[in-house]
Write a protein that binds this ligand. Sequence first.
Ligand SMILES: Nc1ncnc2c1ncn2[C@@H]1O[C@H](COP(=O)(O)OP(=O)(O)O)[C@@H](O)[C@H]1O
Ligand SMILES: [Mg+2]
Length: 616
Amino acid sequence: MSEHEEDGARAYDHQLVRRLAAYLAPYRWQVALAVFVTLLQAAVQLMFPWLTKEAIDLGIRHKDLYALDRIALLYLASLLAAFGLGYAQSQIMQGVAQRVMRDLRTTLFRKLQELPASYYDRTPVGRLMTRVTNDVDVLNEMFTSGVDALFGDIFMLIGIIVAMANLNVELLAVTFSVLPLIFLVTMTFRIRVRKVFRDVRSKLARLNAFLNENLTGMTTVQLLGREDRNAGEFRAINAEHRDANLLANTYHAVFFPLLEVVSAIALSLIVWYGGRQVMWTGITLGTLVAFIQYTQRFFRPISDLSEKYGILQQAMASSERIFELLDTPADPAAVRFDEPAPAPPARDGGAERGLRVEFDHVWFAYVGEHWVLKDVSFTLERGEKLALVGATGSGKSTIASLLLRFYTPQRGEIRVDGRPLAGWNAEELRQRIGLVLQDVFLFSGPVEANLRMDDPRLNREQVVAAAREVHADEFVARIPGGYDGELRERGASLSAGEKQLLSFARTLARDPDLLILDEATSSVDTHTEQLIQAGLHRLMKDRSSLVIAHRLSTIQDVDRIVVLHHGEVRDMGTHAELMALSGLYSRLWQLQYLGGRQGARAVARAFAPVVTPTDL
Ligand SMILES: Nc1ncnc2c1ncn2[C@@H]1O[C@H](COP(=O)(O)OP(=O)(O)O)[C@@H](O)[C@H]1O
Ligand SMILES: [Mg+2]
């Protein structure tokens, strides 16, 4: 996390403030009301010392009980008014701030959904989490304790100075003689504390990142027996965080008492100088007391202001980061929220099913000129079953990602049903293509919701029917609650095979025209193996399929096989044709045909330049 960005950050940036103001615009009347209430409250606050003065000079000195009673009542009424205004101000401003935060978070979340896969390749999740949570929180702090209170503070300071000048200019000069001292103390404090706080934040960010990674990988940590080592690392980071916080605390422990001392000096100066004035010149006692009270009220906004300056600085830095994320160009293929969803493809049972896919001299690199696919061309006819085989890293999954428009090839063209991919609405394309991965992602929530995925075209009966067809209903029945049973985050309570069956059902229910299976069966346990095979068979019926498989046995009955090697199409043909070629495919086949790990390893050694055992 780049905490250094706050270094020397401006507390006010016109551009940023204008963009932030756009989020406040829908609530402008509430904000205006809040500012008005704040000013009103400051005005009421200004009355208290004046009321005290009147009480002394008019009531006590003249022994006028009637006046004293009335002033005391007025004082009480002002107190109640101040309380009510404070309450109203806080309610209004909190309401606005919470709504602005909700709006901003919603916008951010939508933006995150529009960003291309390549953005996620290079951005740590932790940083994005910080944008949506912490950075938005900082803005909230600015709205609730900064902006409108700032008006109040400035108004209050001016009001106090005017009131004091009205009472006695000489005393005002005496009070102000300590101002340079206050200024010095405050500035010294601010500079140091800003550095320390930045340190605290970056230590906290490290703590969070470490915690995040360790919680996600807890089983791996336990499996590899790294508990002690990681606990040690955590202890070290934690200690740094503690030290940074302690230092910050030390500054606070010095600053606020010091400020007290300075304001006490100012007070004693007033009592000393003002007392003489009362004795020798015409100043009333009430004036002196009012002055003392104004002085006390004068110092609070000053220390508040310096704090608000810091809040503003942080808010500017946070909003800069938020807007940077919002300005990241969206994936051109991203599903837009402001466009209506395309009409679901018509389903007339009689028509020919499936999609036709052409890869036409496709070149693709994730980064720079590091080509992952080189001049790849092949065609998948309607209703055909095509298999992609090749070593790990040969580019099979990349082909699937390109087809789904998660990435865009640098050269060449991909056409679906004769139409270039760029001409397809991504939502329609993804509706018509079903992708089944080895690593199934399930969301926390009921089984049915995980199968339906909020697809408005599906109802419960269809989903249950799909589950039955792929033989998933048997084990769903064993989940407490059945289709209404709750799944844990990522389906943590299910086995790999069970998750696989659910993903088959999820895909079948959507009835795609083209099915992509990316090593969908690799992690299946033997217990569910047969169910999976039957489910797969059902899934592939009556549509085009692109099968990426480790186990060559599962692709024996496909129509054609494309052999990939280091991103290039090496061979293409039916199983029989490829076996006859005695090329890479037949060698892969022999490897697996020999069966068992030892056999595979032995042959793998013989073909080391071509295949490694991990490919199997
Ligand atoms: N998101 C990515 N960013 C950069 N390189 C990637 C990314 N995904 C895959 N690769 C690289 O692209 C190559 C092909 O990967 P992939 O298509 O997943 O292979 P396969 O599915 O055949 O095992 C590999 O060298 C891999 O390291
Ligand atoms: Mg892969």
